[in-house]
Design a binder for this molecule. Structure first.
Ligand SMILES: [Zn+2]
Length: 264
């Protein structure tokens, strides 16, 4: 090697080192401003309850969110990176990483807006207050509400067996829980109108008590006082199941009417 080729080699080596340095500074998890979702709400309404992604995979995409578990086995809530299952009988357990989910939405929670709420405020009033907080209705917002509630009404759903019935049939047998004087955390999302068919347009909340013994899909509540944190989320990543029932669903017919029934 002459002196020129040595210096060219040195430049190439230096360039390679810079590339390695840049690549190694890319965070190991998603952009914090992305909502990560497995499957679609219309697939769930159609009865696609077979888990397609493990809890371990989901945890790589966020630390706050909600969903359900394989076979529609109850309501799932993700708080501070821990995944909980609220079973049909109301029991709350931590979900092992090896379990799977057919539908979940999570994000890395990084709040942009914080508000205090002085009650009494019911769920409808809460939603009206939140509506006025957003810069635009056309973004996703991850919402966390830590508070004291004089009442909380939740539901959970029973695990299903194949052939899976549509969700609108399952919720006819949902259990409804009424809790008084609960301290806990509501977790959920505002999703824009354009996600119809993919997620729940508007609000979708799950809740869990501070002592992790009560929770479920939130139907109503009365807030005495609470701190609301909102994370504006501009990105959306849809992870479609690679195999299974999802691929055979007819998504041509809208399921908006069914969604209205199951969310109540
Ligand atoms: Zn729910």
């Amino acid at each position: 090697m002459n002196r020129n080729s040595v210096s060219i080699a040195a430049v190439i080596l230096l360039a390679a080192l810079i590339v390695v340095a840049i690549v190694s500074t890319v965070p190991s998890h998603d952009d914090t401003e992305t909502l990560y979702q497995v499957s679609t709400i219309d697939a769930l309404l159609a009865g696609v309850y077979e888990g397609s992604h493990t809890i371990a995979e989901v945890k790589q995409h966020g630390d706050l969110g909600l969903g359900t578990l394989d076979a529609l086995d109850g309501e799932m809530i993700v708080v501070d990176g821990t995944v909980y299952q609220v079973k049909y009988d109301g029991a709350v357990v931590v979900v092992p990483d090896t379990m799977t989910t057919p539908f979940v939405a999570v994000t890395w929670f990084d709040p942009d807006i914080t508000r205090e709420i002085a009650g009494p405020v019911n769920l409808t009033d809460l939603q009206t207050q939140l509506d006025s907080t957003y810069p635009s209705p056309n973004l996703f917002y991850a919402i966390r509400i830590d508070g004291v509630f004089s009442s909380v009404t939740t539901r959970s759903v029973p695990a299903q067996e194949k052939p899976y019935p549509p969700l609108v049939e399952v919720v006819k047998n949902q259990s409804v829980f009424e809790y008084a004087d609960m301290q806990g955390t509501i977790v959920g999302f505002w999703s824009p109108a354009f996600v119809e068919g993919i997620n729940v347009p508007g609000y979708h909340f799950h809740v869990i008590s501070d002592d992790r013994t009560k929770g479920g899909h939130l139907l109503d509540c009365s807030i005495d006082r609470a701190v609301v944190q909102i994370d504006t989320t501009g990105g959306f990543f849809l992870d479609i199941p690679r195999e299974g029932d999802f691929h055979a669903v007819d998504f041509g017919a809208g399921r908006g009417d069914e969604l209205a029934q199951v969310e109540r």
